[in-house]
Design a protein around this ligand. Structure first.
Ligand code: XMP
Length: 320
């Protein structure tokens, strides 16, 4: 059992010193690697690893084709300012190939895990000679995987998977005792810019967690464009997380006076402290109508926009 450190009980100075020491000790004079997605968890791990190892930490941004628009540039720029070099690895075709034809949510998650950890990382780790991968697994990821709710992309030991045997490297997880609020507090103490440590959570499987049914570059582009609208219009709500989801079913609509059997986007906006439970934000009808109008305007093929009013549980935050 991993012992939880609540955000309240967390002494960030003490935590940071301890984790930096643990990473230094484990890696010794070797090299470690970590994947930065620009989310809060991987950002905090990058800073801890950088403090512990300096240039012996190789940080990569895996461009898997499933990220939000402009992320690679944004993340590399932000971290350059913090003195951390980030290498962008183009793995788009590998991920789309692995996801081809898969509709089942857990199979999708598994395909992403395998592409990420076995194919892409297996290769990078081999090339770099690294023996360790640093990653930002947090306690909520483990809880949900162990409870068989969702196979979180980054959980292995707790499922009886030995990363050394399966992927050829060991994994260090300095954040496993924390939940999202504790990670934010640590990010702030590490000097991350507010736009990083206060950013809404974004899942490891990225926009693939928001496409119901098959993942194709076109369907990801649809949800990516809808995400831009939702994030722009909801950024001042103070909500925990908000997102656009592309449904698999089509519905009859009309455009330019003609029948259009089009796409459906579902909008979700959540109030939550640590993602374990969540309730939908009571958005005004005005803002909901604006979201609908702008999505219809800016995302080709969409004829219906809905808002989720179910709590977690029984809903979950992401749709896949
Ligand atoms: P769910 O959908 O399980 O999400 O209610 C709870 C929180 O976790 C995020 N999430 C993930 N984060 N890897 C991650 O790093 C994953 O596989 C994953 N799935 C969901 C989700 O965005 C929410 O904040």
């Amino acid at each position: 059992m991993t012992e939880e450190i609540t955000a309240q009980a967390l002494n960030t100075d003490h935590f940071i010193t301890e984790k930096v020491e643990e990473i230094s000790e484990a890696v010794g004079d070797g090299v470690a690697i970590n994947a930065l997605s620009g989310g809060i968890d991987s950002s905090v791990v990058t800073m801890l690893g950088h403090r512990a190892l300096g240039d012996r930490l190789k940080t990569v941004f895996v461009e898997n084709g499933l990220m939000r628009g402009g992320e690679a540039e944004r993340v590399t720029h932000l971290f350059k300012e913090l003195g951390v070099r980030v290498e962008v690895i183009d793995a788009r075709s590998e991920f789309f190939e692995a996801l081809k034809g898969i509709k089942d949510p857990e199979e999708k998650r598994e395909a992403i895990t395998q592409s990420f950890y076995k194919n892409v990382f297996g290769r990078i780790v081999k090339e770099s000679g690294a023996k360790y991968l640093l990653q930002g697994t947090i306690l909520t990821d483990i809880d949900e995987t162990v409870a068989a709710i969702k196979r979180q992309h980054n959980v292995f030991q707790q499922l009886g998977i030995d990363p050394q045997k399966t992927f050829g490297y060991q994994i260090l997880e300095p954040l496993v005792q924390l939940r999202k609020d504790g990670v934010r507090k640590t990010g702030k103490a590490l000097g991350l810019p507010v736009e990083l440590f206060n950013r809404i959570p974004f899942p490891g499987p990225a926009l693939a967690a928001r496409v119901i049914g098959e993942i194709t570059p076109e369907r990801i582009e649809t949800v990516r464009r809808a995400t831009v609208v939702v994030e722009r219009l909801l950024k001042d709500t103070g909500a925990f997380q908000y997102m656009a989801i592309l449904h698999e079913d089509r519905v009859t609509g009309m455009r330019d006076g003609k029948r259009d059997f089009g796409l459906q986007i579902e909008v979700r906006c959540w109030e939550s402290i640590d993602a374990r439970t969540a309730t939908p934000t009571r958005l005004s009808f005005e803002i909901l109508e604006r979201i609908a109008a702008e999505i219809i305007d800016e995302v080709p093929g969409v004829v219906s926009v809905t808002y989720n009013i179910t709590s977690k549980p029984p809903s979950t935050i992401e749709a896949v």
